[in-house]
Design a protein around this ligand. Structure first.
Ligand code: HEC
Ligand code: HEC
Length: 319
């Protein structure tokens, strides 16, 4: 502390007096002045060590050569180094193997959240449940258009999907449409409707939805016998699907249901492997140079699709 232990009469004043109170001219405390000088020194040190003076297109570099982007890149490199062993291991694994390996499964799920948020949530909703009536399939129920094995899910993502149901407006009489709507409602409630079933078969619905009306996964045709609706269980909405179909380019009122393709390359790989296994061949002997010509479009990498497939499979996987 400076001289402020002196009695007020010993201290010089500024000459200002208000109502008999003199304004004293005490010097600033020493500790205060020292901190001021020290902060000045720190400013100079920073000024010299770090980028400081803005120039026209750039700034002075500073002796340490530090940059914000450099620090970010170093941090990123550290994260990538930690991930690298997992990423390498993933690239050699099939989706079924990932599902069976708890550590790799946890890693895949952890790193899929952002991938899913960036690429899928806009249509399928965060967490896999889209907004009511938005026209996108719910990924959290156990009802899959194209199959719910992890392989089916990976193929849906890689290949993209677009169900096809022709508009029936010109093919059916009004009473027939009414009867089919009733048949679909009855089927979902487990109520037998013989006349409706006969019409369902006569009008060719069975060719896509199956003789049991449970849907055929190769076509992505909806199961008509459960209470999980692809579009809606409302009578007028069922009528709309029958009249205008799905993705029928000849009908402007058709429902549009298109899942974008995320990797043509991965779709070819998954399908070729599945065919080889179905034929009793060893998939490791597939000649990829024959299957792939290097021009296949890829919006997500193979590893990204594998991660997303196990992630989505966890929402509501099954057969
Ligand atoms: C532009 C909207 C859109 C985006 C983005 C999108 N999807 Fe889809 N997805 C759809 C539609 C529409 C369908 C249903 C296609 C049909 O009805 O034939 C679908 C179907 C699916 C299916 C098959 C569901 C079943 O029941 O078999 C899966 C799995 C799927 N999407 C996962 C994803 C994942 C993972 C992503 C992100 C990489 C994604 N989707 C991005 C619109 C989208
Ligand atoms: C060429 C194949 C094909 C034919 C023929 C066909 N459908 Fe479909 N149908 C589909 C597909 C595929 C979907 C699912 C579309 C999607 O989600 O992409 C569908 C969806 C539906 C739905 C919507 C179900 C829901 O859960 O919202 C109804 C209802 C339906 N079909 C009824 C019929 C009836 C009745 C007939 C016969 C008049 C018929 N379909 C003929 C392929 C077909």
């Amino acid at each position: 502390m400076a001289n402020n232990k002196k009695s007020p009469t010993q201290v010089e004043d500024t000459g200002h007096v208000w109502d008999g109170i003199r304004e004293l001219n005490n010097p600033c405390p020493r500790w205060w002045l020292n901190s001021l000088y020290l902060s000045g020194l720190i400013v100079i040190a920073y000024f010299v060590l770090y980028p400081s003076l803005p120039l026209v297109n750039d700034s002075t570099k500073g002796l340490l050569g530090w940059t914000q982007i450099g620090e970010y890149k170093e941090d990123l490199a550290k994260v990538e180094a930690r991930r690298a062993p997992f990423e390498d291991k993933l690239s050699a694994m099939s989706v079924e193997e990932i599902l069976a390996d708890q550590e790799m499964l946890n890693y895949s799920i952890g790193s899929s959240k952002v991938l899913y948020g960036d690429n899928c949530a806009a249509c399928h909703g965060t967490g896999g449940a889209p907004a009511e009536g938005a026209g996108y399939p719910n990924l959290t129920d156990d009802d899959w258009l194209y199959g719910g094995t992890v392989h089916d899910v990976a193929l849906s993502i890689a290949k993209g999907r677009a169900g096809n149901m022709p508009a029936h407006e010109k093919l059916l009489k009004t009473e027939e449409v009414d009867q089919l709507v009733q048949f679909v409602i009855d089927s979902s409630n487990g109520v037998a409707n013989e006349a409706g079933l006969a019409l369902y078969n006569a009008k060719g619905c069975f060719a896509c939805h199956g003789a049991d009306a449970k849907g055929i996964k190769q076509m992505g045709s909806a199961n008509l016998t459960d209470k999980i609706w692809r579009f809606s269980g409302e009578e007028d909405q069922i009528r709309k699907t029958i009249l205008h179909g799905v993705n029928d380019a000849t009908d402007p009122a058709t429902r549009v249901a298109v899942m974008p393709q995320w990797s043509e390359k991965m779709a070819i790989i998954l399908e070729a492997r599945a065919y080889a296994i179905a034929d009793g061949d060893d998939p490791s002997e597939i000649d990829w140079a024959d299957e792939l010509d290097g021009t296949e479009a890829e919006r997500l990498t193979e590893t990204e699709i594998k991660k997303l497939a196990v992630y989505v499979h966890q929402f509501g996987g099954g057969l």
